[in-house]
Design a protein. Structure first.
Length: 170
């Protein structure tokens, strides 16, 4: 076994047309020998080739290889999403305050409408009371005028009686 006989997991996947998980399962089952070099697992090439000859070709579509996004790009993407979220939250806050303001205006309009109706009723009641008082005043004024006329007439009669009594007693 020379060092050239050991292959990477990606190469083993390509030779067997199987997923990384399937390759690991074959290794766990003892069909492929492995060695760890650093943090990488390498597979013994002749075992992989022998297994490839035994296996029927797998024509099912393979899942695309997962691509690792560099941390900087991922961080920039997260920052962009946070900025969008912040902007959206500001818009939500603005819309909520506008809605609350409209609700308050609507409530204030309802209260003002109720007050207006109440004041209109008060005006109607006051006009009715004023008309009643004017009627009573007119009746009282006629009655007072009649009484005043009667008092003047009585005063004149008394004055005439006194003048006549004075002339007669002289």
């Amino acid at each position: 076994m020379s060092n050239n006989d050991w292959i990477s997991g990606k190469t083993a996947q390509d030779r067997l047309s199987r997923s990384e998980r399937q390759i690991r399962n074959y290794a766990s089952a003892g069909k492929i020998r492995t060695q760890v070099r650093g943090r990488r697992v390498e597979y013994y090439g002749p075992d992989v080739d022998a297994l490839a000859a035994e296996l029927q070709p797998d024509d099912r579509p393979r899942a695309p290889d997962a691509q690792i996004v560099p941390a900087g790009e991922l961080l920039n993407h997260i920052r962009q999403l946070e900025a969008q979220l912040s902007e959206t939250m500001m818009q939500v806050g603005y819309l909520r305050s506008a809605l609350e303001e409209r609700t308050l205006q609507r409530d204030e309009a309802k209260v003002a409408q109720r007050l207006l109706v109440d004041k209109e009723r008060e005006v109607i009641d006051l006009r009715r009371d004023m008309n009643e008082l004017q009627r009573q005043n007119a009746t009282t004024n006629r009655s007072n005028r009649n009484k005043t006329i009667m008092l003047w007439a009585l005063t004149i009669v008394i004055a005439l009686v006194l003048i006549t009594a004075y002339w007669l007693s002289r």
